[in-house]
Design a protein around this ligand. Structure first.
Ligand code: ADP
Ligand code: MG
Length: 464
């Protein structure tokens, strides 16, 4: 259809101008419903995406439509159930471990399985320890987790062949369990006969201790060594447990040799897990290791709104932002705060407002209102031991430019300033410099631990 072709072209361009996470979250499942005169109606899967597109992306959509020959004076968004299903119909069934054609593989990274479909067939499948609550569908993708998300989706499409093992690590409450469970749920739904085993390391250790006690280690071993997919959560708890490590080493090898998928999570990278046997450490790093980080402000807002929606509530943006600011490091805690607010409002038959949220949780402690652009710039300059005049001045030496870029990144993330304002604060005329700097630091910080540390040190000084 002509309309479809137009929209695909628009999406293709938008994909290049926003981050992967934003594209997958906001645009992936949209379609063009109608184009009459100068009005364009875009189909979206839910109210939240509708709001976000209206609020943040209408100009981009309008511009991109224009580039494709459609001058739309009005863009409307309509919730359209089928929008959510688009892009999935062409997916073919496949069996575990079977190689997929290359193009299917490329497409697969962006396709989200439907949570419902997963739920339905789970009842008949062989699975251990999986919680249907965790799906790809209800996982919000942002810069902090898009790599992990893409890797998990790739594995879900083609287990055992790439990224084996997948080692996912990062702090508490940032979505590791959710993602690795989502892989399990997806596979269990597709392959009801596959043995998909999820186990927390604590339980793993407990079972092993019991097996030792009752002289059933052979049963224990054969049970886990016949898994098609083994998901081991929080493997840091294996530290210091020598016998368990040995057992796991053999299980690991047996599965790996048989091309069975292994997924492991931990709160730190293998090299930092104390008393981890070297041979296990090297096994863990033999596939793909991905560092998951704390979701940024924008992603936290999206999570809050999506979870609220799960309770049939649409929160005002100011309430969403307040909550996302109030809890910055742990999504489990963020959910807890949201649930408290919703429960309170339900009990008192009130609509959740900023006033109520503030009265329940106080004014945002970790993000003081008085924090200014100047303080951020000063702090950054001080951290790198360079004079303020230099950071806001014309010098282009590398040891000045990088701190300047970091300061821009901080202004964006901590104060949500506009790019022109950020440029002005740092004595730059052109706001595209600010866009590039923020983007660069965002990308770089994903792979550069030193940079990440610098940023968190600066933040710590700002917020204490
Ligand atoms: P971890 O295993 O890293 O400690 P979890 O996976 O248990 O964290 O996540 C804690 C809670 O936060 C879960 O309820 C999970 O569903 C939710 N959560 C974390 N990240 C996301 C996300 N990106 N989108 C939606 N929910 C998330
Ligand atoms: Mg966990």
């Amino acid at each position: 259809m002509q309309q479809d072709g137009l929209w695909q072209a628009v999406l293709g361009e938008i994909e290049l101008s926003v981050s992967r996470g934003n594209f997958v979250t906001w645009f992936k499942n949209t379609c063009l419903l109608k184009q009459v005169d100068d009005t364009v109606v875009v189909g979206v899967p839910n109210i939240f995406i509708k709001q976000q597109l209206e609020r943040k992306y209408s100009a981009l959509i309008g511009d991109t439509l224009k580039k494709n020959g459609v001058a739309a004076a009005h863009i409307e968004y309509k919730i359209f159930a089928q929008a959510a299903r688009r892009g999935q119909s062409s997916e073919s069934e496949m069996s575990l471990g079977e190689p997929q054609p290359a193009d299917g593989q490329a497409r697969s990274a962006a396709i989200k399985p439907s949570g419902k479909a997963a739920g339905n067939s789970l009842a008949h499948s062989y699975r251990q320890g999986l919680n249907e609550r965790y799906t790809f569908d209800n996982f919000i993708v942002g810069a902090s987790n898009e790599l992990a998300f893409a890797a998990c989706q790739a594995i879900a499409q083609q287990p055992g062949s790439r990224y084996n093992p997948l080692f996912l690590y990062g702090g508490v409450g940032i979505g590791k369990t959710h993602l690795i469970q989502a892989v399990g749920n997806f596979l269990a739904a597709r392959q009801p006969n596959a043995r998909v085993l999820y186990i927390s390391t604590e339980q793993f250790v407990q079972e092993f201790v019991d097996a030792l006690r009752f002289r059933k280690t052979a049963d224990f071993a054969s049970y886990y060594r016949t898994a098609d997919v083994l998901i081991v959560d929080d493997v840091q708890f294996i530290a210091g447990k020598e016998k368990m490590q040995e057992e796991f080493f053999h299980t690991f090898n047996a599965l790996h040799q048989a091309n069975k998928q292994i997924i492991i999570s931990a709160d730190k990278p293998p090299k930092d897990i104390p008393t981890l046997e070297d041979r296990l450490r090297s096994r863990f790093t033999g596939g793909m290791s991905i560092d998951m980080q704390i979701p940024d402000f924008e992603t936290r807002c999206a999570i809050v709104q999506t979870k609220a929606q799960g309770h049939d509530m649409v929160l005002r943006q100011e309430v969403v932002e307040y909550l996302a600011n109030n809890v910055q490091t742990n999504i489990r805690e963020l959910e807890g705060v949201l649930n408290q607010l919703l429960a309170y409002c339900e009990m008192h038959e009130l609509e959740p407002t900023l006033v109520i949220a503030t009265s329940l949780f106080g004014s945002s402690k970790s993000r003081p209102k008085h924090l200014s652009a100047k303080q951020i710039i000063e702090r950054t300059a001080r951290h790198f031991q360079i004079p303020i005049e230099d950071i806001v001045g014309p010098k282009r030496d590398k040891d000045i430019v990088v701190p300047r870029q970091i300061a821009m990144y901080m202004l964006r993330n901590e104060l949500h300033l506009s790019f022109p304002k950020i440029a002005r604060e740092l004595g730059r005329k052109d706001h595209t410099t600010a866009i590039h700097s923020v983007d660069k630091i965002e990308r770089q910080s994903r792979i550069d631990a030193t940079l990440r540390n610098a940023i968190s040190e600066i933040k710590e000084h700002l917020y204490v």
